[in-house]
Each structure stands twice: as C-alpha cells, then as structure tokens.
Design a protein around this ligand. Structure first.
Ligand code: GAL
Length: 515
C-alpha cells in the first residue's frame, strides 16, 4: 500500500511538472510554457459523451447533437426515440418536436470502422430545462464590441472542428453589442435602436439574425443572445426597457435558445439602492415572457449576485444566475471565486445553476479597452485548476476566449470528458468545501451513482502535501480513486488519499466506495 502511495504521488508530480527538477520550480516562469497534456488523446473509435439527462418542453422544437468523439464517418442510431423525434444517422443530430410530458429512456449508439459505443440518454419532457449545467461559448472575452455575424458563424464552425461540440459544448452565445448605439467609432454600429413598429434592430454587423441561428442550428448547436432590462446595455447599446414582450417574441422568432439578461442601466429605473422587489421585477417579467414563447429559451440572470439572487433566480424563471461581478481580466483569484460561489451550493439543483462567470483560459481577444490580444495570465497548472474548480462546483461551462487561437493544451483542458462528466452529473450538486489548512481546502461533490468527485485545492504559492481523510469527507473507509485528468485508475485507498499539490493547483479525482 505504502509503495503504491509513493508511486501515485510521484506520478502526479511528474505529470504536473514534468521537467521541474524540484517542487519549488513550479513557480518558475519557465513552467508558464511547460504545458503538459495530461489527458490521453481520444482514439478513433466512437465515444458518446454529453449529459445523461436532457430537459425540454412538450411540443417545442427539439434539437440535440449527440456529443461524440471518434473518427468520422460515424453511423448513429437510437433505440426508444419517442415519436416526433428524428435522428440523422450521419450527423448524430436529433430534431423534431418534444413529445408529451414524461420521461423517455433512449439508447444512443455510434459506430465506425474502429468500434462502437452506446449510452443511455433520458429525455425529460416537462417544464424544467437545463437539467445539467449549460455548456457553450460566449463571445464577450474574445470580441467585446467587435462582434459580427461572421465571427459567430466562425465560432460555431470551430466548436465543431475543434471537437468541443463532441464533449458537450453546445450554445454559441452573442453577448453585448449586436444592437445599435448612439455614439461609436464604428459606423456599422450606429443607427436607430428600433424600427417604426418598435422592433429592435441589430446593427449592420448582423444583417440577418434568423439566417445566423439557422446556420448554428444546422450544426446541431444552439444560439444565445443578450440584452438588458434597462434602456441601455452595459456597453451603451439598445436595451429592452419598455419593449420586453416585443423583444422576447423577436428573440424567439429569430430562433434563439438562450437569453443573458444583464441588469446594466436598469439601476436608473429604480430607487437607489434597489429593493428586493425592484431586483426581481425585470427578471420575473422576462422569465414569464420567455416561457410564453413557442421554443425553449434559457434565461441567464446577470445582475452580479444582488439580493441573494441564488435564492430566487429559479423562481423568476432563470436556469442560471451570475453569483458575482465580472471575472474580467484580473483572474488572480479563481480560488476565492470558487469559495464564494460554493457558499450558495445549497441553492443549486437540476435546472437551477450558480454561475461564477465564464471559463477564461487561452487567449483574450482584441478588446476596445485592452489593446492587443494576449494570453490570460495563467500557468498551465492554473488552467487545469480553473476547469477542475468549475466542474466541482457544477457550474455552467461557457468558454469565453478567442477560439481561433485555441491550442492543443487549452483544448485538452477544456475537453476531458471524464472531468466534464463531473460537472454534468445529473444529481446537480455543487461541491462542499472542507478547509484543511490556510488556503488549502478539499471540495467534495456527491454524484448520482453514489460516488464522489474530490478536489485537493492548494490556493497557496507553494507546493503542499495534502491529505483527504475519508472520515472528514463523510465517506466510507475504503475508496477507489481515479485520476480524472489522466483517465487513470490509481487503486483502492483505505482511510485517506494524499497528493503533493502544486501552487494554485487542484488534484481532481473521482471516488467510489470499495464494496
Ligand atoms: C457585464 C457582464 C459581462 C458582459 C458585459 C457586456 O455587465 O457582466 O459578462 O456581458 O456586461 O457589456
């Protein structure tokens, strides 16, 4: 047992800092470029990924691309697909209309010349959407006020060509600045807010919204849009104030599947500070309007955590809500963000998600304010930590960075299906936090199958030997441990599990009680 322990710790350290001769070299700037890909490359045989359960409203258009890794062509089939749904056997995209309320258990199958895979998939037709945390890409930290139709189409293309869609990234979301504004250096964004009938007008970078969502949908992906309940968005573009019903209808007619509703200038419409009723009102209104549309549209509340939004975000019709302000470009505190967000874990459940903001690793785009594109300020270890923390929390997984600069390392961090499965676990729990030292904590997430995910989180500046005692974690005395990043079984551990965790590192494992 002791020997196995020693082996495991050595293996971990080796993998996380391959060329670091000593532990304190983790801090060396050289490591910034030492990008160790921990996850084995997916093989050519099919592997079906994605959530095990999927919620949709009866009678509404249904769209689901079966996230599947493996070399194309793959032949897809499905057993038990309810009437009204059709699977394209070449693309793996299911379309049609959601059947009447009820649960439908389907077996999805994928086959190519290298092998086959199958998986059970439950379609839950009913009122609850987003039974697992939504996943996708949002343009904000890539394009800011330079977003165009062409860039959105390119994003949809890359989600597919990069393999991100094959592990479950699904929504392609336009953030702020698709409308007109009053003053701007870019004449393409300058124009009337609405037509003579009060319909919101996209700016000239978006010549045809319906054609854009059709393009995204044709790939089996979904489209998201953004507005504010105030007269102006945070970027100073046209908001929905006074036109909420018309805008909700318009978003549905254009074919959008998600709305991010950003408080912004709504502050000017209410008392300062706003009362709880003031905070809820615009979201209650939009939530009920979206429900009246003839398609499923998720609502992401963006109001930075005001009024304990986690307590009422679901009640007003939201599927997710930002729990704090923008993560922005000062990302030196992701562990603190995770700790703060985790305080609200009790409010989280299928269909109702705490949103600590986007995954910001890789490259930030060219922003009005920030000048030239640049890399987010993370070491490779911190990129792994970012993704590990977000999955332990069960957060929506929206990547927001420049897709055109994705490299193999960042892609590997974003696309490990076993790590993502922790996030997408149907039980919908956020991890509980157990402090084991200054800036050192464990995160334990209960999983549907009775197992657990465990993160050993070191927010300090030095490598630390950390131990998870099973009893302190509320777990039985013998646990099978699997290293998720490396997709490797480490064996059975009695009493505890220990690992050397690099500075700002998270060791992420899945546990199963040994029978
Ligand atoms: C902020 C929001 C960001 C982004 C931005 C657009 O309020 O938190 O995520 O949407 O507005 O102006």
């Amino acid at each position: 047992m002791y020997l196995r322990y020693v082996f495991v710790v050595i293996a971990f350290c080796f993998a996380l800092a391959v060329s670091a001769a000593a532990a304190d070299e983790y801090l060396s700037p050289a490591l910034q470029t030492n990008e160790v890909i921990l996850t084995p490359k997916p093989g050519p045989a099919p592997r079906i990924n994605g959530p095990e359960v999927y919620g949709a409203r009866p009678g509404h258009p249904f769209l689901y691309r079966i996230p599947t890794q493996g070399e194309r062509p793959i032949k897809f089939s499905a057993k038990g697909l309810p009437r009204g749904l059709h699977l394209n056997s070449h693309t793996g995209i299911i379309t049609g209309f959601t059947p009447k309320a009820g649960e439908y258990t389907v077996t999805l199958r994928a086959k190519n010349k290298y092998g086959k895979d199958s998986r059970s998939f439950k379609i839950a037709s009913g009122e609850t959407l987003a039974l697992t945390p939504p996943m996708g890409w949002n343009d904000w930290y890539a394009h800011y006020d330079r977003i165009t139709d062409a860039k959105m189409r390119q994003a949809a293309d890359i989600l597919v060509s990069s393999g991100m869609a094959d592990v479950g990234y699904q929504y392609v979301d336009i953030d702020d600045c698709w409308m007109n504004c009053r003053r701007n250096n870019d004449p393409m964004q300058f124009g009337p807010f609405r037509d003579q009938n009060g319909n919101i007008l996209p700016n000239k970078h978006f010549p045809d919204m319906k054609a854009l969502t059709d393009y995204i949908h044709a790939k089996g992906l979904k489209a998201g849009i953004y507005t504010s309940p105030g007269p102006r968005t945070c970027g100073g573009f046209a908001g929905s104030y006074g036109h909420e019903a018309q805008d909700a209808r318009q978003f549905a007619n254009w074919g959008f599947d998600l709305l991010k509703y950003d408080w912004c200038s709504y502050s000017h419409e209410v008392t300062n500070p706003p009362s709880l009723a003031d905070m809820k009102r615009p979201y209650e209104l939009m939530g009920s309007l979206l429900k009246q549309q003839n398609r499923d549209i998720l609502m992401n509340l963006c109001q930075y955590g005001m009024g304990h939004v986690w307590e009422w975000g679901a009640e007003v019709g939201g599927q997710s809500w930002r729990t704090a302000g923008d993560l922005g470009n000062s990302l030196d505190h992701i562990f603190q963000v995770a700790l703060n967000n985790s305080e609200h874990a009790a409010w989280q459940k299928p269909g109702a998600w705490n949103d600590p903001d986007y995954i910001q690793i890789g490259w930030v785009g060219i922003a009005r304010k920030y000048g030239q594109p640049r890399k987010f300020p993370f070491t490779p270890t911190e990129e792994y930590s970012f993704m590990s923390l977000w999955c332990l929390m069960g957060s929506p997984l929206f990547y927001s960075a420049d897709l055109t600069r994705l490299d193999d390392f960042t892609l590997n961090v974003l696309c490990n299906p076993e790590v993502i499965a922790i996030d997408q676990d149907p039980l919908g729990k956020g991890a509980r936090v157990i402090f084991v030292g200054d800036n050192q904590f464990l995160m334990v997430k209960d999983l549907e199958n009775g197992g657990h995910a465990l993160g050993l989180c070191n927010a300090t500046e030095s490598p630390v030997d950390m131990t998870a005692n099973w009893s302190a974690c509320g777990l039985s005395d013998a646990q099978h441990v699997r290293d998720l990043w490396r997709e490797l079984d480490l064996g059975d551990y009695t009493g505890s599990f220990s690992a050397r965790v690099p500075p700002h590192g998270v060791i992420l494992v899945r546990l199963g009680a040994v029978k």
